[in-house]
Design a protein around this ligand. Structure first.
Ligand code: HEM
Length: 351
C-alpha cells in the first residue's frame, strides 16, 4: 500500500483555501496581515508571482502614506484604465472624424455655394462697424482660441498624425511646448470671453426679426436679402451657444485641470478631461464655420473686423435695421461718435 504524506506545498494551498472562511470577521488590520501572509505563501509556491500584492494595490484601498492629501494613499486607481481606453478610443476616433468631416463639409459648401456676395454694387462710402476696443476684444479672443485649438489638437491627435511624420524627439518637444502654451493661454481666453460677452451682449439679445431670419435661413439658399439687427440670428446663436455656452463649459473644466492642486480626486480630473475634450472639439468645429463665414465665406466681412469699416451696401444688406438706426440717428456709431458722421470714407491708414 502506498501512503502519501502531505508536503508543505499542499498544506499551504489548503491554508489559502481556508482563509476566506475567516474573512467576514477579520478587522482591517487582519486583512492586511492576511494579504501579507498570502503573498508570503505565494512566494513559496510560485516564487516571483506578486499577484496577491497587485490585487491588493488595484483594489483602490487607501493605504498608509506620510504624504497629506486626498487619495494620496491610493497607489493605483483602476478606473484610470477605463478612462484611458475611452480617451484614446472613441473620443479620439470620433473626435478626429468630426474635425475632418467639418472641414470637408465647409469645403464642399464653398465649392457649391461660393461666397455670400453683395446684391447691389458697393457705394464707396464706408460706415464704422466695429470700434478699436471691440476689434481688440475680438482678436484677443480669436487668437487665444486658435492657440488653444492648435495645441489642444496636437495633444489629442499629434501622437497619431504628427509623430509618424516628425519622429519621437521633435514631437515630444512640440507636445511639451504645446502643453505650456495651452495652460497659460487658457486663462487669457477666459478673461477675453468675459470682456467680449459684456461688450457685445446688448446687440445679441433676441429680436422678432431673428425668427424670420432663421425661418429663411438668412437667405443663404434663396439668395434674398433678409433684414437683421447689428448681428443676425446665426451670429447670435454662435454668441450664446458657442462663445458663452461652450466657453463656460470648456473654461470651467479647463480650470479643474489647470489647477489640480485644489485637492480634486482623480475621478474628478478624469470627468473634467472628457467634458473638456468633447466641449472643445464642438467649439473648434463650430469656430471653423465662423472663421469660414468671417473670411472667404462672406465678401467684405473680414475687412469690417480688421479695419473697423464696411461699405454702406454691406451694412444695408447684412445688418439693415442696425444701418437704418444709425442713419436715422437712433443709435451712435460703435466708437460712440454721433450718428451724423455715419456715412464717411474710412481713414486712409486703415486700408
Ligand atoms: C480666427 C479667425 C476669426 C476670424 C477671421 C473671425 C472673423 C470675424 C468677423 C469678420 C466678424 C464680424 C462679423 C460681422 O461683421 O457681423 C466676427 C465676429 C465675431 N466673432 Fe470672429 N473671427 C475669428 C475667430 C473667432 C473666434 C475663435 C471666436 C470665438 C471663440 C469668434 C467669435 C466671434 C463673435 C461672437 C462675433 C460677433 C458676433 C456676435 O457678437 O454675434 N471669432 N468674427
Amino acid at each position: 500500500m502506498r501512503t502519501t504524506v502531505a508536503g508543505p506545498r499542499h498544506f499551504l494551498l489548503g491554508l489559502m483555501l481556508l482563509l476566506p472562511a475567516f474573512g467576514g470577521a477579520a478587522s482591517a488590520q487582519g486583512q492586511e496581515s492576511r494579504a501579507q501572509d498570502t503573498q508570503a505563501q505565494r512566494q513559496q509556491v510560485q516564487p516571483g508571482n506578486n499577484a496577491p500584492v497587485w490585487r491588493e494595490v488595484r483594489s483602490g484601498k487607501e493605504e498608509y502614506t506620510s504624504v497629506k492629501g486626498r487619495e494620496t494613499g491610493v497607489l493605483i486607481q483602476t478606473q484610470g484604465e477605463t478612462w484611458r481606453k475611452l480617451r484614446n478610443g472613441p473620443i479620439t476616433f470620433y473626435g478626429g472624424w468630426l474635425v475632418v468631416l467639418a472641414l470637408i463639409t465647409i469645403g464642399v459648401f464653398y465649392k457649391g455655394r461660393g461666397p455670400i456676395g453683395l446684391h447691389s454694387p458697393p457705394t464707396g462710402k464706408m460706415i464704422e462697424r466695429f470700434s478699436s476696443f471691440e476689434r481688440i476684444t475680438h482678436w484677443t479672443m480669436a487668437i487665444s482660441f486658435c492657440i488653444l485649438a492648435v495645441t489642444g489638437l496636437v495633444m489629442l491627435f499629434g501622437k497619431h498624425v504628427l509623430m509618424p511624420l516628425i519622429g519621437h524627439t521633435l514631437f515630444s518637444w512640440l507636445a511639451e511646448l504645446g502643453k505650456f502654451l495651452h495652460n497659460f493661454t487658457g486663462p487669457v481666453f477666459m478673461f477675453s470671453i468675459v470682456v467680449f460677452a459684456v461688450t457685445f451682449m446688448r446687440d445679441n439679445l433676441p429680436r422678432a426679426c431673428d425668427f424670420i431670419w432663421l425661418i429663411k435661413a438668412g437667405g443663404v439658399i434663396s439668395g434674398e436679402v433678409v433684414p437683421a439687427g447689428r448681428f443676425n440670428a446665426g451670429e447670435k446663436i454662435w454668441f450664446w451657444g458657442g462663445v458663452i455656452g461652450l466657453g463656460i463649459v470648456s473654461s470651467a473644466s479647463g480650470l479643474v485641470l489647470d489647477f489640480h492642486n485644489f485637492d480634486q480626486t482623480r475621478s474628478v480630473m478624469m470627468v473634467a478631461i472628457v467634458v473638456h475634450v468633447i466641449a472643445a472639439l464642438w467649439f473648434i468645429v463650430w469656430a471653423f464655420t465662423h472663421i469660414y463665414l468671417g473670411t472667404v465665406g462672406t465678401t467684405g466681412a473680414y475687412e469690417g473686423m480688421r479695419n473697423g469699416y464696411v461699405d454702406e451696401t454691406w451694412a444695408r444688406e447684412h445688418a439693415q435695421y442696425w444701418y437704418e438706426d444709425i442713419k436715422a440717428g437712433r443709435r451712435a456709431l460703435p466708437s460712440g461718435a454721433p450718428a451724423a458722421s455715419a456715412a464717411t470714407t474710412a481713414p486712409q491708414a486703415q486700408h
